[in-house]
Design a protein around this ligand. Structure first.
Ligand code: UDP
Ligand code: MG
Length: 321
């Protein structure tokens, strides 16, 4: 299988026929072995019936995963990737805001030797205040924090080489962080402007509240990327800084007691110093617990702490696994 399209579907009955039309215009001329995996994310409308019809008509290409209830776009995408068998995986939205006509261009870029080609909705057709503005801010922040520089993490339309998606799982709203995780396992990433259209049918499922979730996810992602192998560096670092601060405060109080004769207990600095010391020790202890968790995390799943692109004169898997 050359190509799998993965499409999350939630209440898109009116969009689906147009989506299939676009897919059937774009894919067959490409002369690839392809499939489209549609994940029905517990739609409350007739989406699943529509999908069933297309699947019956074209069992060779149309595959459907139906969730028991709504699990969210990220879960739908994760499931689609799990079921996909293509060497290349392209994600897109079901609402035709992404244009399947852009797929050949993304694949061509992928063939230049990239593992991931990310779509960039340069001329985005969503509400400027509630969607585009927070999205710009979020993109800038993600780019700064993660060091993976893209203009548009939230654009679903992206093309992936299969191995760029192995080695991590998606939680929360994290599908937008796939490029960041992929980068962390060594993927080569490119970005291309893609078309974007206003939603014709149905309504967008998200508003401003998503920005908050994305921010919180960013904390997790940064932590996972920078410290999941060595959490004690973060917790221990903070702990040492607090204890050091506490030491300085205590020293200052001590010196002041003997030079100016000011009572140590006469100012709130003493309480602050004690608090810093306690928090510092707590933080170091938390770091130790996190170290235990990190080991459980990697070893329970035989998840190595590295990723291998290729081996020469060696089997692909190490002998001890
Ligand atoms: N979607 C989903 N589960 C959800 C919400 C959305 O599978 O709980 C799908 C939806 O059908 C669409 C895509 O995710 O294909 C993007 O959703 P939407 O258009 O609402 O988001 P936006 O384009 O506004 O970011
Ligand atoms: Mg949309």
């Amino acid at each position: 299988m050359d190509l799998s399209l993965v499409i999350p579907v939630y209440n898109e009955e009116k969009n689906l026929p147009h989506l299939f039309e676009a897919i059937y215009t774009v894919l067959p001329p490409m002369n690839k072995v392809w499939e489209v995996i549609l994940v029905n994310d517990g739609s409350r409308d007739r989406s699943l019936d529509v999908l069933r019809e297309y699947a019956v008509k074209d069992p060779e290409h149309v595959r459907v995963v139906a969730f028991r209830r709504n699990f969210g776009q990220t879960a739908a995408i994760a499931a689609g990737i799990d079921y996909a068998s293509g060497e290349t995986i392209v994600l897109l939205d079901a609402d035709l805001q992404n244009d399947p006509a852009d797929i050949p261009m993304l694949l061509a870029k992928l063939d230049e030797g990239y593992d991931l080609v990310s779509g960039w909705r340069k001329d985005r057709k969503d509400n400027a205040i509630t969607r585009n503005l927070p999205s710009h801010a979020a993109n800038w922040l993600i780019s700064q924090v993660t060091g993976v520089h893209l203009h548009d993490y939230g654009c679903t339309l992206k093309a992936y080489r299969r191995d760029a998606l192995a080695g991590f799982r998606l939680y929360g709203e994290m599908h937008r962080f796939i490029p960041v995780f992929a980068h962390s396992v060594g993927a080569r990433i490119a970005e291309l402007p893609v078309q974007h259209h206003p939603r014709k049918f149905g309504k967008a499922n998200y508003g401003l509240e998503r920005t908050v979730k994305v921010l919180l996810d960013l904390f997790t992602v940064k932590f996972l990327l920078s410290y999941s192998n060595k959490p004690i560096y973060l917790f221990g670092g903070a702990g040492m800084a607090l204890i050091f601060g506490s030491g300085l405060l205590m020293l200052y109080l001590f010196v002041r007691r003997f030079i100016d004769g000011v009572a140590v207990l006469g100012s709130p600095l003493f309480q602050l110093g004690v608090m810093f010391a306690i928090m510092g020790f707590q933080s170091i202890l938390m770091g130790l617990i996190a170290e235990l968790l990190a080991r459980t995390y990697h070893e329970s799943q035989s998840k190595p702490t590295y990723t291998v692109r290729e081996t020469i004169n060696l089997s692909a898997r190490p002998n001890s696994r």
